[in-house]
Design a protein around this ligand. Structure first.
Ligand SMILES: Cc1cc2nc3c(=O)[nH]c(=O)nc-3n(C[C@H](O)[C@H](O)[C@H](O)COP(=O)(O)O)c2cc1C
Length: 174
């Protein structure tokens, strides 16, 4: 699958996963794609915890309480370190997002499905609780969680606004 096909096929999956496992070598391939993303000043402040232990997966699923987590065969936690990189500017969010997009495309290209879980981590100390479970140190945050596996149901990307409403040559608004 080339990159444009992966971009077109990627979508947010929130259904059940089949019993098919996600082998460690695929998980490593996916996270290597995340590691290869650009980062501010190449400081690489995003790091990753790959969870494939059933007991831990169940514990995270209980904390996050989203149906998609219940049958996930693996999860990737994207952890940020918000230390300043340029003056007092942190690039943690940007680095993390770039890595996550690379991983979403790799997950799609390998035939798996996932969803970018972010909002849910920000309530009820869920990010901290998941972080503690995974041994994430002080000053680091689990910003994004990707539950993944083989989708049990079909799905597709949501519709986007037309190109002409979102992009223009040479001048904002055309
Ligand atoms: C910054 C960000 C935060 C997101 N947070 C969540 C989330 O907490 N839960 C969720 O189900 N989807 C989340 N998503 C997925 C979006 O809802 C999804 O990408 C959007 O609705 C478009 O659908 P598509 O990915 O299928 O095209 C998030 C996506 C982004 C980029």
């Amino acid at each position: 699958m080339d990159v444009f096909e992966a971009i077109a096929k990627r979508y947010s999956y929130r259904g059940d996963f089949t019993d098919a496992p996600v082998p460690k070598e695929d998980l490593e391939k996916i996270v290597r794609a995340g590691i290869q993303a650009p980062s501010g000043k190449n400081e690489q402040v995003a790091s990753f915890v790959i969870v494939d232990d059933r007991r831990l997966l169940d514990q995270i699923a209980r904390i996050v309480n989203k149906p998609v987590c219940k049958t996930a065969k693996a999860m990737i936690g994207c952890v940020t370190d918000s230390r300043p990189i340029l003056g007092d500017i942190s690039f943690a969010v940007e680095d993390c997002a770039a890595s996550v997009e690379n991983m979403l495309l790799a997950i799609t290209a390998l035939g798996y499905a996932t969803v970018w879980l972010d909002g849910v981590l920000r309530f009820d100390n869920i990010a901290d609780r998941v972080g503690r479970l995974l041994g994430v140190p002080e000053g680091h945050t689990v910003r994004i969680l990707l539950p993944l596996g083989v989708a049990a149901e079909p799905g597709s990307q949501k519709e986007r606004l037309p190109f002409a409403r979102r992009a223009w040559f040479n001048r904002y608004g055309g």
